[in-house]
Design a protein around this ligand. Structure first.
Ligand SMILES: [Zn+2]
Length: 172
């Protein structure tokens, strides 16, 4: 386990009254937390922030405290924050990032708690081919963007000249 996560879990346990058994992330009834609630109450508000005021979507437009409130505006999602693509994608992203960091596949299998390492390889680690495709798509969009911004392509054979020079060009 990485040290920052260990520290946070230790803090969480202290805050819960230092229990030695039971549910690690209980709801108010002591039952396991509902993942849908975790998504809606913690993950989505952290990801979907307003580009203008920096607040979660639900808070954007509500009265602000402080000396200089942001002027009235409509919510505009901050595109620099990652988008949520579901729990499966979150697990897949974790597997892929660990793989890119050089973590052995058997270790990633253990972290993702897969019974079989082939599941980890097949479904939870984006292949190098995926990376190559993504890189080529990025390059393609960059090239297309530059093409439309630049002057239209003109070959040497198509260069038009002033009327006075046309005769000379024809003679050549
Ligand atoms: Zn806002």
């Amino acid at each position: 386990m990485i040290a920052p996560l260990a520290r946070r879990l230790e803090f969480h346990r202290t805050r819960c009254g230092n229990p030695t058994s039971g549910v690690m992330f209980p709801n108010l009834n002591g039952s396991p937390m509902d993942l849908g609630n975790v998504l809606n109450r913690a993950i989505l508000p952290a990801l979907n922030r307003c580009a203008i005021c920096g607040r979660p979507k639900d808070d954007c437009g509500k009265p602000e405290r402080g000396p200089q409130p942001t002027p009235a505006h409509s919510f505009e999602r901050d595109p620099s924050r990652p988008e949520w693509h579901g729990w499966h994608a979150a697990r897949r992203g974790l597997g892929t990032n660990l793989y890119r960091l050089g973590v052995p596949e058997k270790t990633i299998q253990a972290i993702l708690r897969h019974a079989n390492v082939s599941t980890t390889n097949t479904y939870y680690i984006k292949s190098a081919a995926d990376d190559t495709r993504a890189a080529m798509a990025k390059l393609e969009s960059l090239v297309i963007g530059n093409e439309s911004a630049a002057e239209p392509f003109v070959s040497d054979n198509d260069v038009t000249t002033d009327t006075a020079d046309t005769q000379a060009v024809v003679i050549q």
